[in-house]
Design a protein around this ligand. Structure first.
Ligand code: NAD
Length: 256
């Protein structure tokens, strides 16, 4: 039987990279994201790898939307084996000017939705004595950068939550781990490159070299495939003792 994975935010960037790798391995995929062409993206991947797909564009800022997304996945596929909590947003501002609404949205999506989705999959995973929860945190779950108060708080929170779920899931073969990437070239980062080039009066190449990759020892963006391969490993049956930990793919950033 093909296993089923729900990947939040899988119609763009890291989530889409993870979806490709899981589809290649024969997983059925619940796609999710706000991109207008989300359904087409899902169908293309389904056709390419001959796996079953469905798509939802639920806005995950509300707890009920997160719960409904999980229930819709279980209804569509009859089961759910792997949950990848990946959807996330960013906003950069000094704390004095940080809009409360942006802070609240980042905490809601990047952290609270991880709690609500994990809570909602629990019954199914417990009953089937198999579950893999993979949280896409960030190197900012372990390290801080100025002007990213909401993001850093949310990503640190996700790592704490990951540890608790690992402990609670252990008796039921439910594992929970976090992946902590450094910079990955996705739409989320491409937006930041443009904004920072304007703010610092630099070219986009200078922003990449002098601002973004400054803290990474390996002066490259983290490839999508590396993150997807890590997620695939964590989802395996044989990964039952890998739990409660964070896998850091940050080009050496946090080694300093
Ligand atoms: P992205 O912008 O390419 O994709 C984000 C996804 O989240 C999209 O599918 C989008 O539709 C979805 N999303 C946004 N707002 C939503 C909402 N309100 N409700 C539901 N879905 C929503 O970003 P990405 O770079 O692929 O980021 C994916 C994850 O990886 C995020 O959690 C991000 O914090 C994390 N991350 C990214 C990087 C990086 O450098 N790109 C580094 C570390 C961690």
């Amino acid at each position: 039987m093909n296993k089923t994975v729900l990947i939040t935010g899988s119609t763009s960037g890291i989530g889409l990279g993870i979806a490709h790798q899981f589809a290649k391995e024969g997983y059925n995929i619940m796609f999710h994201g706000l991109e207008a062409n989300g359904l087409d993206i899902a169908k293309k991947v389904g056709d390419k790898y001959k796996v079953k797909v469905a798509f939802s564009n639920a806005n995950l800022l509300e707890s009920t939307a997160v719960e409904n997304l999980v229930q819709e996945t279980i209804r569509s596929f009859g089961t759910l084996h792997v949950l990848v909590n990946n959807a996330g947003i960013q906003f950069v501002s000094p704390i004095e000017e940080f809009p409360n609404s942006k802070y609240e949205a980042i905490i809601a999506l990047n952290m609270n939705a991880v709690f609500y989705a994990s809570k909602a999959v629990w019954k199914q995973m417990k009953e089937q004595q198999f579950g893999r929860i993979i949280n896409v945190s960030s190197v900012h779950g372990l390290r801080a950068s100025e002007f990213k108060s909401a993001y850093v708080a949310a990503k640190h929170g996700v790592i704490g939550l990951t540890k608790v779920l690992a402990l609670e899931g252990a008796p039921f073969n439910i594992t929970c781990n976090a992946i902590c990437p450094g910079y990955v070239k996705t739409p989320l980062v491409e937006g930041q490159i443009k904004d920072q080039a304007l703010a610092h009066h630099m070219t986009e190449d200078e922003v990449v070299e002098k601002v973004m990759l400054k803290k990474q020892a390996v002066k490259q963006f983290v490839p999508l495939e590396a993150i997807a391969d890590m997620a695939l490993l964590l989802a395996k049956d044989s990964s039952t003792t890998i739990t409660g930990t964070s896998f850091v793919l940050d080009g050496g950033w946090s080694a300093q």
